[in-house]
Design a protein around this ligand. Structure first.
Ligand code: EPZ
Length: 421
């Protein structure tokens, strides 16, 4: 398995290019199932999760021409509407093929995604919404088996804000009979990116970016070409790494308007931030004050940035509180940060972080994608050598992170360890 070996204490300096957004690319790739015409995406991130989904789509019969950061897809009528457990269990967002398959082909057999390290991750709201549109859905041996002669538009209230739930139902609605209204919809920029691409394909969507999205079904959609939005969580991760190491960096291709809550918190932590439409610049004005935060659906503070801020808070002045309200088990990085010398106590869904003067390098283990990012940031701060193990988690959501960090002056290397069976 691969590891990252980091010698910390170096302030990050220089420029970094932000890749396309993982959480926009995944639903956008599934949108290719909605038309028989060619869809061409650019600014595609070269990530494990993206490549896994591309494998799944190819296994279903989607024609694919894939270069590293661009792809053309087309799905003619002989698509096999089956998504196996083997593929779905490695990448839960594969459940996003369900809505498109059902609305275009009238049937789908998709494995239930199962849980992951950060929580149970149910998809009951995806299923309930599709049933409300007239789908017949059974759960058979761990598979969602769905049929629908024609989905019928209706009003759907989601009692929990769900990002992929909103995306799945929006894609199901674009080819349904009549109008669908999604209430309490997710407002994330990735939902807006998907809606923008669907509108280019001929879909009739209003209210995307608000909590009420109205979709008027159309007979069919055309192909299009679309550039995927920049990854706001990769952007936030590099911003926090620069702040935590007392550095100064320029992030090219970053979209500040998708990160207000994160930029506000960094300013509160004593960072100085300038930005225009396609870049952000950050440096610290003085010592790192650390910040308390509470995660919540967009536009509030994103849960995917919680672990990274906790690493920065570990060496900040004073005590901060981090509260996680979205996932039930998203503090797996705490015990690993403690191994580096952090002083963190967990009480329910809150972590109390008492800043310490320094962290000391150690071997730590990545457990999930954003926890891994937190450990890398902690390694960049810590004195001495930190080894982050099981970094396959990291490769799911960050494109060449050690290369990008090295280019910013970090002393970081990837090494492969022999796996002794
Ligand atoms: C998306 O996951 C993101 N993934 C996650 O990013 C992100 O953390 C999450 O949204 C929240 O912002 C992708 O977009 C591919 P949810 P998703 O449905 O859609 C509950 C990363 O690190 N819920 O918004 O799976 C659920 O249990 C990943 O890039 C139901 O109860 O998350 C959770 O408590 C991690 N029933 C809450 O809603 C459902 O049917 C929010 O989950 C669906 C969700």
């Amino acid at each position: 398995m691969d590891q990252l070996v980091i010698h910390g204490g170096v302030p990050l300096k220089g420029e970094v290019f932000i890749s396309g957004a993982k959480n926009a690319a995944l639903p956008l790739l599934c949108a290719s199932l909605l038309t028989s015409e060619v869809i061409a995406f650019t600014n595609l991130p070269d990530l494990k999760d993206v490549n896994t989904l591309i494998q799944l789509l190819m296994s279903m019969g989607v024609q694919v021409e894939h270069q590293k950061n661009s792809i053309r897809l087309s799905s003619t009528s002989d698509i096999n509407s089956f998504a196996s457990y083997e593929l779905v269990k490695t990448m839960r967002a594969s459940v996003l093929v369900l809505g498109p398959l059902l609305t275009r082909f009238g049937s789908a057999k998709v494995s239930l995604p199962g849980g992951c390290a950060i929580g149970e991750r149910p998809v009951d709201l995806h299923i309930k919404g599709l049933q409300a549109m007239g789908a017949h859905i059974d759960i058979e041996q761990g598979y969602i088996v769905a049929h629908a002669k024609k989905l019928i538009g209706t009003r759907i209230f989601m009692d929990t804000v769900t990002v992929t739930g909103t995306e799945n139902l929006m894609m199901a609605a674009v080819l349904a009979e009549g109008t669908t209204v999604l209430e309490n919809a997710a407002r994330e920029p990735e939902v807006v990116d998907l809606a923008s691409c669907l509108i280019k394909m001929g879909a009739k969507i209003k209210g995307h970016g608000s909590d009420v999205i109205t979709i008027e079904g159309v007979k069919n959609l055309t192909g299009t070409d679309y550039s995927i939005m920049p990854d706001r969580i990769e952007t936030g991760t590099f911003l926090v790494a620069a702040a935590a190491t007392g550095g100064e960096i320029l992030l090219r291709g970053a979209r500040a308007r998708s990160l207000d809550a994160v930029l506000d918190k960094l300013a509160e932590a004593n960072a100085f931030i300038e930005h225009n439409d396609e870049s952000i610049k950050i440096r610290m004005k003085g010592t790192n004050h650390g910040v308390s935060l509470r995660t919540a659906p967009y536009p509030a503070f994103p849960t995917d940035m919680q672990a990274q801020f906790m690493a920065m808070n570990a060496v900040a002045d004073g005590t901060t509180v981090v509260t996680e309200t979205i996932f039930e088990n998203r503090f797996m990085h705490v015990q690993e940060l403690r191994r580096l010398g952090a002083n963190i106590e967990v009480e329910g869904n809150s972590a109390i972080i008492r800043g310490v003067s320094k962290l000391d390098g150690a071997t730590v283990m990545a457990t999930d994608l954003r926890a891994s990012a937190s450990l890398v940031i902690a390694g960049l701060i810590a004195q001495g050598e930190t080894v982050v193990d099981r970094i396959y988690h990291l490769d799911r959501g960050y494109e060449r992170i050690e290369e990008k960090l090295s280019n910013l002056g970090a002393n970081i290397k990837r090494q492969t360890t022999e796996v002794h069976s």
